[in-house]
Design a protein around this ligand. Structure first.
Ligand SMILES: *Cc1c(COP(=O)(O)O)cnc(C)c1O
Length: 426
């Protein structure tokens, strides 16, 4: 069976539609998929195999920064694949250099390593921090402290870094050298580090998300992060920020750390960086940028296609003023969600987020789950994604318009009206 059969475009009502049982027969069931096959997109809209239209407030989970079929991204990727799409890092790759230059000119970092995903970027950051601990600080068994409810990826080291047991079950033995603390709790962190560093310093790095995405759209507290920064400076600990979900303009600033008034020593990027073309990046300040030839590598990492795409995304953020847009549309979305919360106080416990990463938390005593809301919204043409069992996440493309936001808010209101009364405790 050729892959074409699985994802046939919606030609007409009479043509064959998507065959889910065939898909399930051949693809490992690692995902709890919704019964929906998306086959085409334009801007913030996507269409399923039967031709139904949806407003996309998922954007491939905060990945399609420029939405779907953006003319600039089409042009860049088309041109690059016609010219040269992949060569090895045995050679200089000009687009990789240009992208690294853009990123370092627009962040606190001095150098970049490119890979293909968020997990791989975090792996790179973990390796860099361990090398720094071993070679600069002479730490024998370096420990990286991460937060409970964090998410850093699915490889063995990053799933270990992830402070959520549900992702680790059945995959032990996990990677040694990680320790978890509660997020946004400075006293807890300070006590844990004092303990771990006794009698000899062991803590190499603290790895945190500026805003916990998968963990329920929980923004970092700036006072907390400023204290963490000062603690790291005092003890020589590296501060690594996982910007995989929040970076590249989504929060209304280019990087999430700008929301917190601090600079990390190392940070990682991936999801939105090339707008949906696979890429990951480890970005580091000069003093800890200590990889040497042979230390780390990736076959696809930083290839001409991915780097050209990312450079176009970054330049388009500037030319289309999308970071400012993310702020404006974010305000509009949050105030609409707050109105909804006032209308349904028994259902909605909290509305929070930065820019265009927002969460709507359901009341703990309400039997509705995030999945119920996501399914209900899907039925009225709005795509949303859960972040844990009680939080609905809204992460539209940064090109989302004011009328798209209004439309989404109407559909959400409709969804709540339909679901209310069904299942809520008072
Ligand atoms: C998605 C995500 C990752 C993992 O990225 P992959 O590209 O799926 O490997 C890591 N950290 C954060 C914060 C993420 O949101």
């Amino acid at each position: 069976m050729s892959p074409d059969t699985l994802l046939s475009p919606p030609l007409s009502a009479s043509t064959q539609v998507f065959d889910a049982p065939l898909f399930d027969e051949h693809v490992m069931p690692t995902y709890g998929r919704f019964p929906l096959a998306l086959v085409r997109g334009e801007g913030c809209r996507v269409w399923d195999a039967e031709g139904r239209e949806y407003l996309d407030f998922v954007a491939g989970i905060a990945t399609c920064t420029l939405g779907h079929a953006h003319p600039k991204l089409i042009q860049t990727v088309t041109q690059q694949i016609q010219t040269l799409h992949h060569v090895s890092n045995l050679y200089y790759i000009p687009a990789q250099g240009q992208l690294a230059q853009w990123l370092t000119q627009h962040s606190c970092a001095d150098q970049v390593f490119f890979c293909n995903s968020g997990a791989e970027a975090n792996e790179g950051a973990i390796k860099l921090a361990r090398k720094y601990a071993h070679t600069v600080r002479q730490i024998q068994n370096p420990i990286i402290v991460t937060a409970q409810a964090s998410f850093h990826g699915r490889t063995l080291a990053t799933v270990t870094a992830t402070g959520q047991p549900k992702y680790q079950r059945h995959f032990d033995p996990l990677v040694p050298g990680f320790h978890y603390v509660p997020f946004n709790d400075f006293e807890g962190l300070e006590a844990a580090i004092a303990h771990l560093n006794h009698p000899d310093p062991q803590v190499a790095a603290i790895l945190l998300e500026p805003l916990q995405g998968e963990g329920g759209v929980k923004p970092g507290d700036s006072t907390y992060f400023q204290k963490v920064r000062a603690l790291c400076d005092r003890l020589g600990i590296l501060l690594i920020l996982d910007e995989v979900q929040v970076g590249v303009g989504r929060t209304g600033t280019l990087w999430g750390y700008e929301q917190l008034g601090i600079e990390p020593d190392i940070f990682t990027s991936a999801k939105g960086l090339a707008g949906g073309i696979p890429i990951g990046a480890v970005l580091s300040k000069a003093f800890c940028s200590i990889f040497q030839p042979g230390d780390h590598a990736s076959t696809f990492g930083g290839n001409p296609l991915a780097c050209a795409a990312a450079l176009t995304v970054c330049q388009t953020l500037e030319t289309e003023n999308l970071i400012f847009q993310a702020q404006q549309r974010g305000h509009q979305l949050r105030s609409g969600l707050q109105n909804l919360q006032q209308k349904y106080p028994d259902l909605i416990a909290d509305v929070r987020g930065w820019g265009l990463i927002n969460g709507l938390e359901l009341k703990a005593n309400c039997s509705l789950t995030a999945i119920d809301i996501v399914k209900g919204a899907m039925e009225v043409g709005l795509l949303l994604v859960p972040a844990g069992s009680k939080v609905v996440r809204l992460v539209p493309p940064l090109v989302v318009t004011a009328s798209d936001i209004d439309w989404a808010l109407q559909r959400l209101a409709q969804t709540f009206t339909q679901l209310v009364g069904e299942t809520c405790a008072s």
